[in-house]
Design a protein. Structure first.
Length: 491
């Protein structure tokens, strides 16, 4: 079992008593769900999938194109293998904020899709609607066609799966991984080779190297040695690497921001000094993606998401891009911390709750919704679609096509992966994606991924610490005052 030093958990919100409607206890009990669910092949079923995948100029490329290809193959296989009549309709809901807002409204109206992209704090908020489907009854379903096999359970990346099991004390699975990503260091290999520079492994080495770089001749105007593409992540990752608190949940799963400590203030002061010396900048400070600055040659190094790999490759081929692990607090691999991000998939429960009698204390017992067979079909088919699009050959297709990480270990054993890595790529973007995949495999083996405690409003804390760093760099107040302001904005 892979370690999770910063456990991702969420606040389970109960539904409050409204007028004469019963209040159901905020309990998610995976054992209450029926493992005998199966598919009735006499009922035609449609799965709806809400996501943020964009279309590319070339319709044959990008995530939507890959999804369309896999969707068509899934529909055909369900019909030929099982005789199941299944259709899949997927829709882009805009960006992640638009997706969250639109889904929240749909959940309140009872018109939600079958499945959707979701970040942990999104899932945490959706739980209050009582519509999030616990997946354990499908993972361990009596129908072996539906259930995860023992091989499946061992094949999905442990830390990716664990992210979806931190929503209650019982470890109920409420989301499953799909477009996972992490952060890596993109560097100008041509520049490094020309000046015989050594890659930094720690932040101290990064600071020393940055000072060295600034003394080199012929640097372009506005040159910066290093940039971090996410102000939010810079604070969160450095906190994790230093073992400092960020967000926390108590025994009752109530969430709060807890990052205002003397050690955290000292960390921000160090970053502020690096910025003032010209050794570091961020997306927030340059007012745009650091990848834009990097491909123009005005940056030597940038930390960014693997999902944006191709944006860090110059289209004119002006220099070769290198890929390396991001800087750490220490060279001890056992203490390395690299953020796990990217959306997972959540399925929504269908069915109506039967009425229950009121208890003496005024509460109502939690009861399982009663779905019709058509609704069971929809939930089962959604799960089968998830299983299909995360098969080894499909998850590696998505990784090669997009730069996201495969969610199954066996993806690295596929011939497609081996051929892709072995190919002498003429396109620099393909070479960069191949390098990212090789590094991702190393990071998975080293077990460096972490996620922060999340709850329905934890996104406020993320925004607040990003703003804190930008204001500290711009010297818009004392460090102590900026921390107090960020804590207030997190609630």
């Amino acid at each position: 079992m892979k370690k999770y030093l910063l456990a991702l958990t969420v606040l389970i919100l109960g539904l409050t008593l409204v007028a004469c409607k019963p209040r159901y206890e905020p309990i998610i009990n995976k054992d209450d769900f029926d493992k005998s669910w199966t598919f009735d092949n006499t009922i035609e079923t449609t799965v709806t999938f809400a996501h943020t995948m964009g279309k590319t100029t070339d319709p044959a490329l990008g995530q939507q194109a890959l999804l369309d290809k896999q969707k068509d193959a899934f529909i055909k296989e369900m019909q030929t293998e099982f005789g199941w009549k299944v259709n899949v309709i997927h829709s882009q809901y805009g960006g992640f904020t638009e997706l969250h807002d639109k889904l929240s409204k749909e959940l309140a109206q009872g018109i939600e899709p079958s499945m959707a992209y979701a970040y942990p704090d999104h899932v945490a908020a959706y739980i209050a609607s009582d519509k999030v489907l616990p997946l354990d009854n499908l993972i361990d379903n009596n129908d072996k066609r539906i259930a995860f096999s023992k091989e499946d359970k061992n094949d999905y990346v442990d830390s990716f799966m664990e992210e979806g099991r931190k929503y209650d004390h019982a470890g109920t699975t409420l989301s499953v991984p799909f477009s996972k990503s992490t952060e890596v260091l993109f560097y100008n290999k041509t520049f490094f080779d020309k000046h015989n520079l050594t890659l930094p492994q720690t932040w101290d080495e990064l600071n020393t190297l940055s000072e060295q770089m600034k003394k080199l001749p012929g640097l372009p105007a506005g040159f910066r040695p290093f940039a971090y593409d996410s102000d939010d992540n810079l604070f969160i990752v450095r906190s994790a690497q230093k073992g400092l608190p960020y967000t926390n949940l108590d025994e009752k799963l109530n969430g709060e921001a807890v990052f205002d400590t003397s050690q955290s203030q000292a960390m921000v002061k160090d970053l502020q000094d690096m910025y003032k010396k010209g050794n570091i900048t961020t997306k927030g400070m340059i007012g745009g993606y650091t990848s834009d600055m990097f491909v123009k040659g005005a940056l030597a190094m940038t930390v960014g998401s693997t999902g944006g790999t191709t944006h860090n490759v110059p289209s004119d081929g002006s220099f070769e891009v290198g890929i390396a692990p991001m800087p750490q607090e220490t060279k001890d691999v056992k203490k390395h911390q690299t953020i796990l991000q990217g959306p997972s998939i959540v399925l929504f429960r269908k069915g109506i709750r039967p009425a229950t009698e009121q208890n003496e204390d005024g509460s109502f017992d939690w009861v399982q919704p009663k779905p019709t067979q058509a609704q069971i079909n929809e939930m089962v088919a959604s799960w089968m679609f998830y299983k299909y699009i995360t098969r080894a050959e499909n998850t590696i297709d998505q990784a090669i096509g997009t730069g996201y990480l495969p969610v199954r270990n066996s993806a690295f054993d596929t011939q497609k992966y081996k051929d892709y890595i072995a190919t002498e790529h003429t396109k620099k973007a393909d070479k960069a994606k191949a390098d990212v995949l090789q590094l991702a495999k190393q990071l998975m083996n080293d077990d460096v991924f972490f996620v922060s405690p999340a709850y329905p409003t934890s996104a406020k804390a993320r925004i607040a610490v990003g703003n804190l760093l930008m204001e500290a760099f711009a010297e818009k107040g004392t460090i102590d005052r900026l921390f107090k302001k960020a804590i207030a904005a997190s609630s």
